[in-house]
Design a binder for this molecule. Sequence first.
Ligand code: PGA
Ligand code: ZN
Length: 433
Amino acid sequence: MAKIAELKAREILDSRGIPTLETTVTLDDAKKATSSVPSGTSTGIHESVELRDGDASRYQGQGVLKAIENVNTVIKKNLLGLDPARQTDIDQLLVNLDATKNKSNLGSNAILSVSQAVCKAGALAFNLPVYEYLQKKYQLHKDSPAIPTPTFNVINGGKHGAGNLDFQEFLIIPSTRMTYSQALQTGVEIYHAIEKVLINHSAIHSVGIGGGFAPNLYKNADALELIIEAIRTTDYKYGEDVFLGLDVAASHFYKGGKYKIKDRKEPFSTKDFIDYYKDLNEQYRLYSLEDPLYEDDWKGWSELTREIGANTVIIGDDILTTNKERTLKGIEEKSCTGILAKPNQIGTISQAVEVISIAKDANWQIIVSHRSGETNDDFIADFAVGVGAHYAKFGAPARGERVAKYNRLLKIESEIAAKTTEQKSQSRKQNQQ
Ligand code: PGA
Ligand code: ZN
């Protein structure tokens, strides 16, 4: 049995240039596991709370020295000597030490950095890759591991883009029939085709924080048109090889009970907005629709799911926040048909796994997601495979911190293929004996 011999956190930067934590667990045989935590920009109001220093003299108050102090003192004192394989017990201990409902005391960033590093250390102690360790430990899927279908965020708006679009993410989703490497190639080739189309249209663009292009367009729906135009310049067929999805992140333009977007002068009531989505869906056959309505509008969500949920995956992100109680309510009220699972919304690995398990039992689609503020840590790729996610959302197929995750999935894909070949040849040998 391995034991935690040392625990140490330090301050590093995320992809937005904002401080975050990197934590290292050292085991008693000197093996080390290091992990860093991501952070959201368009965070839901029901997420666990990150601890930021609030000291205006450093990083505009965004420093995480207090969170680091919490890891290096109170958390460390309680974890030394424990077996890192006891993930669920350790996570419960962290929850108890914090003793708030939203982890605001020690900080969800401090807690997750430890939970994630402990998970990596547990895998290391068993000499297993993290995805296999998680699969064996939690058994959320019984078949051999599979790579989730990647969903690529190719155009960024809202809080993620410097352009003028209200919707946060315009996604392309390759067919689930493709292997992961085919799907990745598809995403990359269309991403580059979109760049050309935007240049041709003189839609001046920068790149948003998820790596997608951030153009200035007349309407949000124009971005969908441009993506389809780009797909048509490639060998891929829209509606067959590749589909469209949206993460609207609607809470961010919900004011005074109405939705205000550039596609219409008058703000939309909930009922009008649902009708708008029905029209959009008829035109574009949306494959998935994330956060279409305000994060506490349970009634509206149920109605929208009733209207279009049979053919479009309605994904709950800010409404669910990877939170057990909210997910149970969403299942009860038939609010969605899929969950965007982000471990840092809840703050520990085993709590995120529990929520995914509940969503799976309800036959929901599982989309494991990065955050807009990322590091080069590729833990989330292993996590997505380990819990048997159907889809992975890691941003655009560009920029180091996004590509790190897509590249990790390529490696896992080849490891799984090698293992399957080996198993087949072994069973052939056994049959011949
Ligand atoms: P965030 O955005 O990481 O900025 O919260 C991601 C999302 O809304 O899916
Ligand atoms: Zn979202």
